[in-house]
Design a protein around this ligand. Structure first.
Ligand SMILES: [Zn+2]
Length: 145
Protein backbone atom coordinates (compact mmCIF):
# COMPACT_ATOMS: atom_id res chain seq x y z
CA UNK A 1 0.00 0.00 0.00
CA UNK A 2 1.34 3.45 -0.83
CA UNK A 3 1.53 6.13 1.81
CA UNK A 4 -0.31 9.43 1.79
CA UNK A 5 2.18 12.19 1.17
CA UNK A 6 0.44 14.41 3.69
CA UNK A 7 -0.49 12.26 6.63
CA UNK A 8 1.43 9.09 5.83
CA UNK A 9 -1.61 6.86 6.02
CA UNK A 10 -1.39 3.62 4.07
CA UNK A 11 -4.41 3.61 1.87
CA UNK A 12 -5.75 4.02 -1.63
CA UNK A 13 -4.30 7.29 -2.89
CA UNK A 14 -5.41 9.90 -5.36
CA UNK A 15 -3.64 12.78 -7.01
CA UNK A 16 -4.57 16.18 -5.68
CA UNK A 17 -3.22 19.70 -5.90
CA UNK A 18 -2.73 20.81 -2.33
CA UNK A 19 -1.65 24.41 -1.97
CA UNK A 20 -0.16 24.40 -5.46
CA UNK A 21 1.69 21.12 -5.08
CA UNK A 22 0.72 17.91 -6.81
CA UNK A 23 0.60 15.20 -4.19
CA UNK A 24 -0.51 11.63 -3.80
CA UNK A 25 -2.84 11.81 -0.88
CA UNK A 26 -5.47 9.76 0.87
CA UNK A 27 -9.14 10.44 0.48
CA UNK A 28 -9.23 12.40 3.70
CA UNK A 29 -6.36 14.70 2.77
CA UNK A 30 -7.72 15.08 -0.74
CA UNK A 31 -10.51 17.14 0.75
CA UNK A 32 -8.03 19.93 1.41
CA UNK A 33 -6.85 20.15 -2.16
CA UNK A 34 -8.09 20.02 -5.70
CA UNK A 35 -8.51 16.39 -6.61
CA UNK A 36 -7.34 15.48 -10.10
CA UNK A 37 -7.35 11.73 -10.26
CA UNK A 38 -11.00 11.11 -9.59
CA UNK A 39 -12.90 12.66 -12.44
CA UNK A 40 -16.16 14.19 -11.45
CA UNK A 41 -18.97 12.08 -12.73
CA UNK A 42 -21.29 14.43 -14.51
CA UNK A 43 -24.74 13.95 -13.22
CA UNK A 44 -27.21 13.19 -15.92
CA UNK A 45 -29.73 15.98 -15.75
CA UNK A 46 -31.47 15.22 -18.99
CA UNK A 47 -34.19 12.94 -17.83
CA UNK A 48 -36.86 12.49 -20.44
CA UNK A 49 -40.27 13.66 -19.42
CA UNK A 50 -42.80 11.02 -18.65
CA UNK A 51 -44.21 9.93 -21.95
CA UNK A 52 -47.78 9.48 -20.99
CA UNK A 53 -49.85 8.54 -23.98
CA UNK A 54 -52.96 10.63 -24.08
CA UNK A 55 -56.13 9.18 -25.49
CA UNK A 56 -58.38 11.36 -27.54
CA UNK A 57 -61.59 10.76 -29.41
CA UNK A 58 -61.38 11.17 -33.19
CA UNK A 59 -62.99 14.31 -34.56
CA UNK A 60 -65.46 12.60 -36.85
CA UNK A 61 -66.76 10.20 -34.22
CA UNK A 62 -70.39 11.19 -34.89
CA UNK A 63 -70.22 10.20 -38.55
CA UNK A 64 -68.29 7.01 -37.79
CA UNK A 65 -70.81 5.87 -35.20
CA UNK A 66 -73.85 6.62 -37.34
CA UNK A 67 -72.44 4.96 -40.44
CA UNK A 68 -71.29 1.87 -38.55
CA UNK A 69 -74.65 1.55 -36.79
CA UNK A 70 -76.56 1.85 -40.06
CA UNK A 71 -74.29 -0.74 -41.61
CA UNK A 72 -75.34 -3.15 -38.89
CA UNK A 73 -78.97 -2.34 -39.69
CA UNK A 74 -79.72 -1.10 -36.19
CA UNK A 75 -82.00 1.76 -35.22
CA UNK A 76 -80.75 4.21 -32.60
CA UNK A 77 -83.14 2.57 -30.14
CA UNK A 78 -81.86 -0.95 -30.81
CA UNK A 79 -78.30 0.22 -30.73
CA UNK A 80 -78.86 1.97 -27.41
CA UNK A 81 -80.30 -1.23 -25.96
CA UNK A 82 -77.33 -3.28 -27.18
CA UNK A 83 -74.98 -0.78 -25.62
CA UNK A 84 -76.99 -0.56 -22.45
CA UNK A 85 -77.14 3.21 -22.89
CA UNK A 86 -79.99 5.69 -23.20
CA UNK A 87 -81.29 6.39 -26.68
CA UNK A 88 -80.68 10.11 -26.08
CA UNK A 89 -76.97 9.36 -25.63
CA UNK A 90 -76.83 7.70 -29.05
CA UNK A 91 -78.68 10.66 -30.50
CA UNK A 92 -76.18 13.11 -29.07
CA UNK A 93 -73.24 10.96 -30.14
CA UNK A 94 -74.48 10.83 -33.70
CA UNK A 95 -75.15 14.53 -34.05
CA UNK A 96 -71.77 15.31 -32.53
CA UNK A 97 -72.98 17.12 -29.43
CA UNK A 98 -71.65 14.52 -27.01
CA UNK A 99 -68.06 13.34 -27.15
CA UNK A 100 -68.00 9.87 -25.62
CA UNK A 101 -65.73 9.25 -22.65
CA UNK A 102 -62.94 6.75 -23.37
CA UNK A 103 -64.77 3.88 -21.69
CA UNK A 104 -67.87 4.37 -23.81
CA UNK A 105 -65.77 4.91 -26.92
CA UNK A 106 -64.05 1.58 -26.30
CA UNK A 107 -67.43 -0.09 -26.01
CA UNK A 108 -68.55 1.51 -29.26
CA UNK A 109 -65.34 0.47 -31.00
CA UNK A 110 -65.86 -3.17 -30.07
CA UNK A 111 -69.50 -3.16 -31.01
CA UNK A 112 -69.16 -1.32 -34.29
CA UNK A 113 -65.64 -2.46 -35.21
CA UNK A 114 -64.49 1.09 -35.73
CA UNK A 115 -61.70 3.20 -34.31
CA UNK A 116 -62.72 6.10 -32.12
CA UNK A 117 -59.80 6.47 -29.74
CA UNK A 118 -56.52 7.93 -30.90
CA UNK A 119 -53.43 7.50 -28.75
CA UNK A 120 -50.99 10.36 -28.85
CA UNK A 121 -47.60 10.10 -27.23
CA UNK A 122 -46.14 13.31 -25.91
CA UNK A 123 -42.60 13.40 -27.25
CA UNK A 124 -41.41 16.57 -25.58
CA UNK A 125 -38.57 15.90 -23.18
CA UNK A 126 -37.22 18.14 -20.48
CA UNK A 127 -33.90 18.39 -22.31
CA UNK A 128 -35.63 19.87 -25.32
CA UNK A 129 -37.36 22.38 -23.13
CA UNK A 130 -34.05 23.25 -21.53
CA UNK A 131 -32.49 23.80 -24.94
CA UNK A 132 -35.12 26.24 -26.11
CA UNK A 133 -34.97 27.90 -22.73
CA UNK A 134 -31.31 28.77 -23.16
CA UNK A 135 -31.72 30.26 -26.62
CA UNK A 136 -30.59 33.85 -26.69
CA UNK A 137 -31.74 36.59 -29.04
CA UNK A 138 -28.46 36.04 -30.90
CA UNK A 139 -29.25 32.37 -31.39
CA UNK A 140 -32.64 33.23 -32.78
CA UNK A 141 -31.12 35.65 -35.27
CA UNK A 142 -28.67 32.93 -36.30
CA UNK A 143 -31.50 30.49 -36.81
CA UNK A 144 -33.40 32.88 -39.05
CA UNK A 145 -30.48 33.27 -41.46
ZN1 LIG B 1 -3.65 11.72 4.16
Amino acid sequence: MPNCELCGKETQLMTAIVEGTKLNVCQNCGKYGKVLATPRIAKKVETPAATQPSETIVENYAKLIREAREKQGLTQEEFAKNLNEKESIIHKLENGTYTPPITLARKLEKMLKITLVETEVELTTTSEKRKTGTLTIGDLIQLKK
